[in-house]
Design a protein around this ligand. Sequence first.
Ligand code: ADP
Length: 252
Amino acid sequence: MDEILREGRERERLIKRTFILQRQKVVTEALQKAKMRFIIFGPPGAGKGTYASMLASKLKIKQISTGDLIREEIKQDTDLGKKINGFVKRGELVPDEIVIEILKEEIDKPSSKNGFILDGYPRTVEQANALDKIEEIDAVIRLVVPEWVIVERLSSRRICKNCGAVYNIRYLKPKREGICDVCGGDLYQREDDKPEVIKERLRVYEVQTQPLLSYYSSKVPFIDIECESVDIPPETIVKDILQELQKMDSMK
Ligand code: ADP
């Protein structure tokens, strides 16, 4: 009898799960059809880059990270790369006219024609104004993360000196303490991942971002995603964002 009951429950669970998965697929496919252009804002350590890249691949749109584009120019040692290297090294913003040009070039590429998600742009109201002249924006995704979650997460982050692999001494431990699983290199803590510096980075982020949030608040719908805990899997956050996008899309 127990056996029959158990089987029944298991079947029910499977049917439910299949239903949820099918619904998610329908939602994602519907969203893929619409051209979607987003900006994602989130404090350092919020996981912005990870979510942006997962969303981009799910929605088949392009992730445009100005930080990555800038680092690539510097790595390739192009004329532009030489010009902007100093700003990045000093932790300053690259001048608006240069970043705007880099962005425009990226948006003009055929790979951006289905839409894009901007990660790290705009950083100034001047950049937001320039973007307005290039493309319309459909939504702003804002990651709302309490300070303690960020301090907790970043202060337990460790990086391999040798290959750059990222660990977390609480949530993503290496097999042997202080040693990289990939290459056996020593792990270290970034200077700017220490609690006092993290708090300062968060303060700078708030000061820089506030005018941009005000800029968009009356123009573009906001999707606020609350990340109240340190160990929410990225897939859960991305699922929440997709659901909110779907709601927004069906209200159009
Ligand atoms: P971080 O979180 O360290 O700021 P990013 O990858 O977003 O990382 O950016 C790295 C660097 O690239 C920044 O410190 C800045 O010098 C430059 N940068 C990136 N995006 C912009 C932008 N929109 N405007 C000006 N400078 C930018």
